[in-house]
Design a protein around this ligand. Structure first.
Ligand SMILES: *Cc1c(COP(=O)(O)O)cnc(C)c1O
Length: 430
């Protein structure tokens, strides 16, 4: 297999290796790294009964070919993707692709765990401890902290808005200890993100702290998510002989782009439908072909409260004209009222408790004609959103992984929304 060539979505800067793309995050011209062309997969070579980690190997093989990680591919997939990803039929409803059986009960565990194990196996000359710096408005920070917790050679600094996360999310961000430090920033999520971006951009010298980014544009997070949709489509075809439509609850478009990549690699996927909450940049893009960033508005599906999806350029690069985009992708905005109604309906009709993000996908399914051969991605466990489900009288039980997290002691530090304050901390950690 010839190595995938990584180029910027904006066309500048030439080709780089996967290691360089991971190291840099953003391309020098401000674009995102994408494969110059999407590699095709040989479906015949995948064993008929393959489970999730084995399918992930086939998905990731062409992207890791010729890189330092090629010899570790099977281990990386077995260690990072070691939780079930069931494709569950709902009688009378769509199928649910449950992506929330990882340690922090949201799909971000897969990407965070794969990124952590990839970085841990990266050959490095200097042997310095690296600091993973991450800003979070909810699920990302917990998944990243969990993935790097106890991993030799790494420490983690999680920045979250002191007044912007739910009580359960806060516990998940602050319950780690050891090599993880959690900072409650006196400011908004945007302040946290600005601090992290500033620190990553300014510390390129060999003396400064060795910082690593784990944000949503990281290829280490995006690539393993392709396997979700590859696996679902293979399992569906084995059962029915038909291709699969997927509906993906969408915010920064990491999962949505991963589903499109799976389709373009040749997995038996038909349409990719993107469900948004009241933040409409993605539906507006699919109807006009233009990205119009605007400030995000808070909704019940808060992990999707995104006004300018960071993976937008990857979607436009994949489908450069509207006709091609619309041949595969459709999109729809779902209001908070529709989310609440769907949470009630899913429980009343099917006895299924869903999180508010998953509810946007189920609403999309109903509102677009309740098609057969469709799977809705269930992106978080409903128990993470008790405060939304309880008023709708939907009973929920926390899964064991989540319950045991809630037993751990918590600790957090305060941080001013000020670059100098963060720099002091990072220097003290290096
Ligand atoms: C992050 C997240 C999303 C949005 O995923 P993107 O890849 O950013 O589009 C949806 N649901 C949940 C529960 C999430 O944590």
């Amino acid at each position: 297999m010839s190595p995938v060539r990584w180029v910027s979505t904006r066309g500048g800067g030439g080709e780089v290796s996967l290691a360089e793309a991971l190291e840099r995050g953003l391309a020098p011209d401000g674009g995102l790294y994408v494969p110059e062309s999407i590699p095709r997969v040989d479906l015949q070579a995948i064993p008929a009964q393959a489970g999730f980690p084995r399918i992930a190997e086939s998905v990731l093989a062409p992207y890791l070919a010729g890189t330092p990680w090629e010899p570790y591919l099977a281990e990386l997939c077995a260690e990072a993707l070691n939780f079930p990803v069931p494709l569950r039929p709902i009688p009378g409803g769509p199928q649910l692709l449950e992506l929330f059986h990882g340690p922090t009960a949201a799909f971000k565990d897969a990407g965070a765990r794969f990124l952590a194990r990839t970085l841990a196996r990266q050959p490095r000359a200097d042997g310095r401890v690296r600091t993973v710096l991450v800003a979070t408005s909810g699920d990302t920070g917990g998944a990243v902290a969990s993935a790097f917790h106890g991993l030799a050679g790494f420490q983690v600094a999680v920045l979250f808005p002191a007044r912007g996360v739910s009580p359960l999310q806060r516990r998940q961000l602050t319950c780690w200890g050891g090599n993880v430090r959690s900072f409650a920033v006196d400011g908004s999520f945007d302040d946290c993100q600005r601090l992290v971006k500033g620190a990553l951009a300014s510390t390129t010298s060999a003396q400064g702290p060795a910082l690593v980014s784990a944000n949503s544009i990281s290829l280490g997070r995006l690539l393993p998510q392709i396997a979700f949709y590859a696996a679902a489509s293979l399992w569906h075809r084995a059962r029915t002989g038909r291709g699969l439509n997927v509906i993906v609850p969408t915010g920064n478009l990491g999962n949505g782009v991963a589903a499109c990549y799976a389709r373009e690699m040749g997995f038996p996927l038909e349409s990719v439908d993107l469900a948004s909450n009241a933040n409409r940049p993605v539906p507006d893009f699919v109807s006009t072909g233009k990205w119009t960033p605007r400030p995000s508005v808070p909704t019940l599906a808060n992990a999707m409260d995104v006004g300018a999806p960071s993976n937008g350029e990857r979607l436009s690069r994949l489908y450069p004209d509207l006709a091609r985009l619309r041949a595969v992708v459709s999109a729809r905005a779902v209001s908070d009222d529709e989310i609440r109604a769907e949470i009630r309906a899913a429980y009343a009709e099917w006895g299924v408790a869903v999180c508010p993000h998953t509810a946007t996908g189920l609403h999309f399914w109903r509102a677009s004609g309740a098609r057969e051969d469709t799977a809705v991605a269930a992106t978080a466990h409903p128990a993470k959103f008790e405060e939304v489900l309880r008023p709708e009288s939907v009973p929920i039980t926390a899964p064991p992984a989540l319950a045991s997290l809630l037993q751990r002691p918590v600790s957090e530090e305060k941080l001013a929304a000020d670059p100098t304050a963060l720099e002091k901390i990072l220097v003290s950690m290096s």
